[in-house]
Design a protein around this ligand. Structure first.
Ligand code: NAP
Length: 285
């Protein structure tokens, strides 16, 4: 299956359909699922992303509120907002949108999101629980990587996996999820010497860097499956991944496209997590 595109749109649609059914059950039981997005930025890309989540949520029967704190909000205000939402029984899922105001770190602030409402796995406790093999919501992007591999029937147990990127949002949780599935995982980053030497031994390669075209044929083992998490804007308003698709396509057995790969599955899983969180909180599992 040389150069097969491992798309995410079909999977995303299936997840949304199932999530809509669960949301309808909750609404019929008198508790419509409620997602709240906290925004403390005037970043345009972020505003676009929040609008797209909000539209997708409403379409499948999830109420979505956006709390706009402004780009100059101080850390105490953001924290107090997260504390208030965490204590609010009508709110089932909370997302703290990035970028954050200057000086604020997601890892610090997200600790104020109640773990049971942490549908994008931003609270460090969620990552800790994930690492310990305990139930927790993984960041939706990391969960999407695994979902797309499963959807396309990629075997993980006993295979070598390499993850390029070690952020708490993508790289680290993906590594934990792969490990949990019995892959032998190597995590690479900006100080990894001979990146291609390491990644070209992997049966499954996940690129989560944010550099267009970083991954070329020399980084990829012949017959490997490559998941491209990167989203890099192009000057003409488009989007490309971290993988140079043209050179890698000849080498790889499968490659996720950008756009249309991990991205749509991420949004669908964020909503799936929200409905699962609501079901658990209201006791309608
Ligand atoms: P990040 O926090 O900037 O982390 C990037 C990682 O890449 C870091 O660990 C960094 O290493 C590593 N890196 C940078 N240059 C490298 C190089 N030349 N060789 C090897 N590793 C290198 O980014 P992120 O938040 O994880 O996001 C990664 C990408 O995924 C971005 O393009 C982002 O837009 C995209 N993303 C997509 C989705 C989606 O839904 N599709 C969601 C979230 C993020 P150091 O740790 O050493 O600095």
């Amino acid at each position: 299956m040389s150069g097969l595109l491992l798309g995410g749109r079909e999977l995303a649609a299936a997840i949304r359909a199932e999530t809509a059914q669960r949301a309808a059950l909750l609404t019929a039981a008198g508790t419509p699922p409620q997602l709240t997005v906290v925004v403390a930025t005037d970043d345009e890309a972020s505003a676009w992303y929040v609008r797209s989540i909000s539209t997708a949520a409403v379409k499948i029967g999830i109420n979505c509120a956006v709390v706009e704190l402004g780009a100059d909000a101080d850390v105490a205000t953001v924290r107090a907002t997260l504390d208030r939402l965490s204590a609010d029984e009508s709110v089932h899922g909370i997302i703290l949108q990035t970028p954050l105001p200057a000086g604020a770190r997601l890892e610090d602030l997200a600790g104020a999101i109640a773990v049971e409402k942490d549908v994008d796995g931003a609270n460090p406790l969620s990552l800790g629980r994930l690492a310990a093999g305990l139930p927790a919501y993984a960041p939706a992007t990391a969960a999407a990587v695994l979902a797309i591999l499963d959807h396309h029937g990629v075997e993980l147990a006993g295979r070598r996996a390499a993850v390029i990127g070690r952020s708490t949002v993508v790289g680290k949780p993906v590594a934990h999820l792969l490990l949990d599935r019995h892959a032998t995982v190597t995590v690479c980053h900006s100080r990894t010497p001979d990146l291609a030497g390491v990644t070209s031994t992997a049966d499954v390669l996940v690129a989560a860097v944010g550099r267009a075209g970083l991954v070329t044929a020399e980084h990829v083992k012949r017959g490997a499956v490559v998941v491209d998490v990167g989203t890099n804007p192009t000057p003409d308003g488009g989007l490309v991944g971290d993988v140079d698709a043209e050179s890698v396509a000849e080498h790889a057995a499968g490659l996720t496209p950008v756009p249309g790969g991990v991205g749509p599955v991420t949004t669908a899983l964020l909503l799936d997590h929200t409905v699962r969180a609501a079901a658990t909180q209201v006791g309608v599992v």
